[in-house]
Design a protein around this ligand. Structure first.
Ligand SMILES: NC(=O)c1ccc[n+]([C@@H]2O[C@H](COP(=O)([O-])OP(=O)(O)OC[C@H]3O[C@@H](n4cnc5c(N)ncnc54)[C@H](O)[C@@H]3O)[C@@H](O)[C@H]2O)c1
Length: 444
C-alpha cells in the first residue's frame, strides 16, 4: 500500500475510533494539527522492520519490546549473530520470532520488498541510513532513521524528495529532543518566560575516542570519517533541540552558516597513549579538527553557536543555552536569569521553575523513562514515535528536520574548507516553513 494519506473526515473518524487514547488530548488538538500537517492512516500495532542490530539497534529494540502497540516483525544485519540476538530479544519479550535478513549489505532491500511492514528503522552506520530509508519508502513503508540522517547534501534532498513522492513519513530519531531540560526549555520559550528568543548555544561535547578505535587500535567506522572530513560531523544532537525552540521549518528557517575547525591532535594523542607511538593509528593524519565551531543565522535574525568537540579529554556537556529579551538559561549547568524575577546580576538554579515548566511528557512518563538511556530521552522518543504512527500523526522530527539538521555537516565542511566562508543553507521545505505550525507541546 503506497498511498497512506487519508482525508480530514476519514482522519477524524479514525481518531474517534481510537477513543480517549489519543496523545495531545483528543480531537480538538488532532484537528488543529491536521490544519497544518498531513495525517496518515492510524496503525495498531505498528509493524516494524529493524535494519542494523548493533548496539543502538539492540537498544531501540529493547525499548520497543517494552512499549505497546508495536510488533517487530523483521530484523536485518550483515552479522548473522546480531540478527539472531535481536530475534531472541523479541522472543524473550513474548513476541513472535521476527524474520532475519542477513545476506549482506543490500539484504535490507529484500526486507523492504517482501515483508508486510508499516515502518522500517535504520540503525546502521550513517552511510546506510539513506539507502535503507529510500528503499523502505519506495516499497510503501514509512521510514525512521538514527542520527544523523545523511552525510551528503544530495542525500538530504533524496530523503525529502522520496518522502514527498511517496507520501510517506521519514522520521529522524533524534533522542536529544526529548531530554528533560530541552523540553523544559521548549516550554519556557513557548510561554514567553525568556521573552523573544534571540540566541542559542549548544554542542556535542563528548570525548568519544574510546568508541572510534578497536581493541587492537584499528579505526572503527566512526573513526574513518575523521580521515577525510573536517567540519561538524555530528550536528543533530546539539542542533535538534535548538531548532525546535526556534521553530525552524515552522515559522523560521536556517539561512546561512560559517564554520571553523581547530587543528587535530586528540586522535593522535589518544592512539599514542593507548596503542604506542609507533602504531599506525598514532601516526595517521586525521583531517578532522579537535574543536569545530559553527555559527548559524536564521531568516528571522536568530543566531546559534554550535560546537562539535569529541576528541579531547572532557566531561560530557551539551550546554543548551537559550537567550531572549527577558532572560537566559544555561540548561546543563542549571543556571537561569529572568529579568524582574531573579535578583539583579545573580543566577538562580532552575529548581523553582521545574514545577511550572516541566514538560507534560516527563510528568507522565518520567519514572519509567528514567530506567532507559540518555536520561530517559530514548524511551520518551520511542513512545512518541509509536504514538505518532498509532494515531496517524506526523512524527515531530520529520524529513525536513532530518534534512536540514543533517545538512549542517556537509555545509560546515564547505565553510571550513574556504576559510570560514558564509554558506547558504537550502530551504528543504521549499517555502512551507512560512506556514508550517510549530511543534506541539505533546502530552502522554
Ligand atoms: N541517538 C543516539 O544517541 C545514538 C547513539 C549511538 C549510535 N547512534 C547511531 O546509531 C547508528 C548505529 O550505531 P551503533 O552504535 O549501533 O553502531 P554499531 O556498529 O554497534 O551497529 C551498527 C550495526 O549495523 C550493521 N550494519 C552495517 N551495515 C549494514 C547493512 N548494510 N545492512 C544491515 N546492517 C548493517 C552492523 O553489522 C552493526 O551490527 C549510527 O547511525 C549512530 O550514529 C545514535
Amino acid at each position: 500500500m503506497k498511498q497512506r494519506f487519508i482525508n480530514r473526515r476519514e482522519a477524524i473518524k479514525a481518531a474517534a475510533a481510537l477513543g480517549t487514547g489519543l496523545a495531545m488530548g483528543g480531537l480538538d488538538l488532532l484537528s488543529q494539527s491536521m490544519a497544518a500537517l498531513s495525517v496518515y492512516k492510524p496503525l495498531d500495532p505498528v509493524r516494524i522492520g529493524l535494519v542494523g542490530t548493533g548496539s543502538r539497534g539492540t537498544y531501540l529494540l529493547r525499548i520497543l519490546t517494552n512499549l505497546k502497540h508495536n510488533l517487530v516483525k523483521a530484523v536485518c544485519d550483515i552479522v548473522p549473530e546480531r540478527a539472531a540476538n535481536a530475534q531472541k530479544i523479541v522472543e524473550e519479550a513474548g513476541g513472535p520470532k521476527p524474520a532475519a535478513y542477513t545476506k549482506g549489505d543490500l539484504d535490507f532491500q529484500r526486507l523492504c520488498e517482501t515483508e508486510d511492514l508499516d515502518l522500517v528503522i535504520a540503525a546502521t552506520p550513517v552511510d546506510w541510513h539513506v539507502p535503507v530509508c529510500v528503499s523502505a519508502m519506495k516499497n510503501g513503508k514509512h521510514a525512521a532513521t538514527e542520527v544523523h540522517a545523511a552525510y551528503k547534501l544530495e542525500e538530504c534532498w533524496q530523503l525529502v524528495e522520496t518522502a514527498e513522492q511517496t507520501g510517506l513519513q521519514c522520521a529522524m530519531l533524534e533522542n536529544y529532543c526529548y531530554g528533560y531540560d530541552v523540553l523544559m526549555i521548549l516550554k519556557m520559550v513557548r510561554s514567553g518566560l525568556l521573552g523573544e528568543l534571540i540566541h542559542a548555544e549548544s554542542g556535542y561535547q563528548h570525548d568519544v575516542r574510546n568508541v572510534r578505535f578497536g581493541q587492537d587500535g584499528s579505526l572503527l567506522w566512526r573513526a574513518q570519517d575523521m580521515l577525510t572530513h573536517n567540519g561538524n560531523l555530528y550536528p543533530t544532537h546539539a542542533l535538534g533541540p535548538v531548532a525546535q525552540w526556534m521553530n525552524i521549518n515552522r515559522g523560521d528557517r536556517f539561512d546561512y552558516l560559517v564554520s571553523m575547525c581547530s587543528k587535530s591532535r586528540g586522535m593522535n594523542v589518544f592512539a599514542e597513549e593507548r596503542f604506542g607511538k609507533d602504531h599506525p593509528s598514532a601516526k595517521q593524519v586525521y583531517m578532522q579538527g579537535d574543536v569545530s565551531t559553527t555559527l548559524l543565522r536564521t531568516v528571522n535574525g536568530l543566531t546559534v553557536t554550535l560546537y562539535y568537540d569529541a576528541q579531547l579529554p572532557r566531561p560530557f556537556d551539551m550546554m543548551y543555552r537559550a537567550q531572549g529579551t527577558k532572560g537566559i538559561i544555561l540548561g546543563t549547568s542549571d543556571r537561569i536569569y529572568i529579568e524582574g524575577r531573579s535578583r539583579w546580576e545573580e543566577w538562580e538554579t532552575t529548581a523553582q521553575y521545574r514545577k511550572d515548566f516541566g514538560h507534560p511528557l516527563w510528568d507522565t512518563l518520567g519514572r519509567v523513562a528514567g530506567q532507559y538511556g540518555h536520561g530517559g530521552a530514548d524511551y520518551i522518543m520511542m513512545y512518541r514515535l509509536i504514538e505518532a504512527f498509532r494515531t496517524g500523526q506526523p512524527f515531530e522530527v520529520d524529513v525536513y528536520d532530518a534534512a536540514v539538521w543533517s545538512a549542517v555537516s556537509p555545509l560546515s565542511e564547505v565553510s571550513v574548507a574556504q576559510k570560514s566562508k558564509a554558506v547558504d543553507i537550502p530551504d528543504f521545505t521549499r517555502g512551507k516553513w512560512k506556514t508550517n505550525r510549530p511543534v506541539e507541546i505533546f502530552e502522554a
